[in-house]
Design a protein around this ligand. Structure first.
Ligand SMILES: C[S@@+](CC[C@H](N)C(=O)[O-])C[C@H]1O[C@@H](n2cnc3c(N)ncnc32)[C@H](O)[C@@H]1O
Length: 281
């Protein structure tokens, strides 16, 4: 790590402690648990067992496209992403879906997405290199700009009023990834899917940012007679998924105003009476 980067990180750390000392202390208290997680994973022993519940693999147009691609505009993806994407994106296939790829490079990714989502899809490509303009066509609009530039995203939002899927395969630096998410996740449609690729390395900063997001999904507010009233974030964000090198965020199909946990059934052991409600308060 360069001295300038180290100095900037230390400056940010000092700022964070001064601005939000209580949050900084809570994060510090979480350090031993993060260390436990690191140590647990590092000491993991390889198991060669296989699942007893293997199921037929789901057909995956993206995989088929990549397997068949031997010439023409190139696609550059980690192979294991294709199965993950199919899991989160198949609901959009063959529908009028608006999809953005950040990082166009040689145009093959956009072709793969068009093949996957079908004829009704509208694609948007974003790249810092003006040469990528050549991939514009009747179903693909190309924006040239820097994904770390917030005003660039302001312009993009004006020109793309509806967006269902965003795949960030751009510069892969954490400031670029975080800025893109901050600017575009709120703009995604309900039910939309945000994918950030290529988060790699121990203690990656994007992962630290994502920890703030996942932690916020677990936030508890006092239990009300009609349940727990969700925060705006909990109401709109359905889930956050962490895979090797890739994080996926799914937006809720509709706002989730409350979390409720009704006790169903009539027969209950007495030993937890009162305790569960106390835990919720
Ligand atoms: C890994 S390639 C994308 C690969 C492509 N998605 C595919 O599937 O083959 C990364 C692309 O991100 C672009 N890029 C790098 N930094 C960027 C930035 N700050 N803003 C926008 N695009 C950027 C590069 O010009 C390059 O075309």
């Amino acid at each position: 790590m360069s001295i300038a980067r180290k100095a900037s990180d230390l400056f940010r750390l000092a700022q964070a402690i001064v601005r939000q000392p209580r949050l900084a202390l809570s994060l510090l208290e979480a350090v031993p648990y993060s260390q436990r997680g690191f140590n647990f994973s590092r000491n993991w022993q390889q198991s060669d067992d296989e699942s007893r519940f293997s199921y037929p693999t789901m057909p995956n147009r993206m995989q088929e496209f990549c397997d068949a691609l031997v010439e023409g505009p190139g696609v550059w993806k980690w192979d294991h992403y294709l199965d993950i994407y199919n899991r989160h994106l198949q609901k959009f296939m063959d529908r009028e879906v608006h999809v953005m790829e950040v990082g166009v490079y040689s145009g093959g990714g956009l072709r793969m997405l068009r093949n996957y989502f079908g004829e009704q899809s509208q694609l948007y490509g974003v790249d810092i290199e003006a040469d990528c303009k050549c991939y514009a066509n009747d179903h693909t609009k190309i924006f040239i700009g820097d994904q770390e530039d917030r005003s660039f995203w302001g312009d993009v939002r004006k020109q793309v009023p509806c967006l269902d899927v965003l795949i960030d395969d751009g510069g892969h630096e954490h400031e670029q990834q975080i800025t893109t998410l901050e600017e575009m996740l709120p703009h995604l449609s309900p039910g939309g899917v945000f994918i950030c690729e290529d988060i790699r390395g121990d203690l990656e900063r994007f992962n630290a940012f994502a920890y703030g997001l996942t932690s916020s999904l677990s936030k508890m507010t006092p239990y009300q007679p009609d349940g727990i009233h969700t925060t705006a974030f909990q109401s709109n964000i359905a889930s956050i998924h962490c895979y090797p090198y890739v994080t996926i965020i799914e937006k809720a199909n509709a706002p989730i105003p409350r979390f409720v946990a009704p006790k169903r059934g009539t027969q209950w052991q007495p030993f937890l009476e009162g305790k569960l409600m106390k835990d919720l308060q």
